[in-house]
Write a protein that binds this ligand. Structure first.
Ligand code: ADP
Ligand code: MG
Length: 167
């Protein structure tokens, strides 16, 4: 078993036709994304129902912790939105009750979780999505999911040590 640069694994075995050529099988690393079950979800005791939707979509919850976000953590996490009019309200909301921070893994985890979450505005979310079912408003919309693989790595590192993620 050899680890490749991107985290994929390669297994080298004798070729079945007994020629000298070895057979290399590559197991691609499943993608990871970062998720938050937001304060409106923990307040209404919805974390189990949301986790069931995540798992039913084929995503594995490979790390999970319930925390109370500090103001500093919330401000850092949403720094990209700091000039938007809703930033102050968003930081207030994210620190108003506990949240569940998670790492999800699966093929195309980033895009798949965005699909399961539904649109930011619940009025525009597709039927069967988490936000369509549970979001209260554009701000109190139950879940966060990374919007790219690069951002997923940054966001995961903001809340988890590598040791906390056991795959
Ligand atoms: P998403 O969470 O779908 O990626 P954004 O990254 O655009 O959405 O926004 C981050 C979060 O900020 C949203 O999930 C929501 O909680 C809040 N938010 C976004 N737009 C608004 C808005 N117009 N009014 C209030 N809150 C908002
Ligand atoms: Mg976003």
């Amino acid at each position: 078993m050899a680890a490749l640069a991107d985290g994929s694994r390669a297994v080298i075995s004798p070729h079945p036709d007994l020629s000298n050529r070895p057979r290399v099988t590559v197991f691609p690393m499943a993608e990871r994304t970062f998720s938050i079950l937001k304060p409106d979800a923990t307040r209404r005791n919805l974390t189990g129902k949301i986790n069931a939707m995540i798992e039913d979509a084929g995503l594995r919850i490979i790390a999970q912790r319930r925390i109370r976000m500090s103001r500093e953590q919330a401000e850092d996490f949403y720094e990209i939105h700091k000039d938007r009019p809703f930033y102050g309200e968003l930081v207030e909301f994210m620190t108003s009750a506990p949240v569940i921070v998670q790492v999800l893994e699966g093929s195309n985890a980033v895009a798949k979780y965005r699909e399961v979450m539904g649109a930011t505005n619940p009025a525009q979310a597709d039927d069967g999505t988490i936000r369509k079912l549970y979001a209260l408003s554009m701000g109190e919309n139950s879940v966060h999911g990374s919007d790219s693989g690069d951002n997923a790595k940054i966001e995961i590192a903001q809340f988890f040590d590598a040791d906390d993620i056991v795959g």
